[in-house]
Design a protein around this ligand. Sequence first.
Ligand code: ITT
Length: 198
Amino acid sequence: MEKIKKILIGTNNPGKYSEICDLLPKEIEKFSPKKLNIKSPEETGASFEENSFIKASYFSKKTNLICLSDDSGLEIDILNGRPGIYSSRWGGKNKNFNLAIKKVFKALDKKKKNWREEKISARFICALTIFGLKKKPIFSVGKIEGYISNEQRGLKGFGYDPIFIPKGKRKTFGEMDPKKKYKIDHRYKAFKKIRKFL
Ligand code: ITT
C-alpha cells in the first residue's frame, strides 16, 4: 500500500486544521491552503461526502499534492437536519459562530417554545476524502451523537462546540479540553476507519 509522506490539509478553517494535524501521524509533512495562498472552492454539493470530494480534488489538482479534505457540520433532528451542510454558511461571511449559534437558538425557539426543557438530539458529521493517490480516492464518514445545550457554554474549540453535548457527557465540546474532544468526536471516528492508509 502507498504510504502518504506529504499531505495538503484542504481546509481554510483553523479549528479543523489544528485538529486534523493532531490526528495525522507526526512524520507526515503537512501543508495548508492558507500558506500556499489558495482560496476554497465553492461548495456546490448536496451532501457532506460530495462537498468533501469537491474540496479534496480541487486542492489536489491545484497543487499536485495528495489532499485530505473534511466536510462537516451539525445536524439537529427537530430542525430537519439543519444547519447540516450549511453549518459553515450560518456563520455568515465573517464566519461568526456567535451569530450561527444565535440562529440555531432562534430556529429552535420558532420550532418549539419550551425546547430548553427537553433533550434536543443532534449529531456532528464528518466526511473525509483523500484525493491524489495513484489509486482511487479514499472516503470515510464519522458521526457523534449528542444534544444541544440550552445555553452556550465554554470557550474552547470552534464553531458549534459551545452548544454540543456528546451523549453520555455533561460538558459541551466548548468546555472540554480539546485533546479530549479530539479523541471522541466525528472527525476522530472518520479518521479511525482510514488509519491504515496514513
Ligand atoms: P473548509 O471548507 O475550508 O474546510 P469550513 O469551516 O467552511 O472550512 P465546512 O464547510 O465543512 O468547513 O463547514 C463545517 C462547519 O461545521 C464549520 O464551519 C463548523 O462551524 C462546524 N463544525 C464542523 N466540525 C466541528 C467541530 O468539530 N466542532 C464545532 N463545529 C464544527
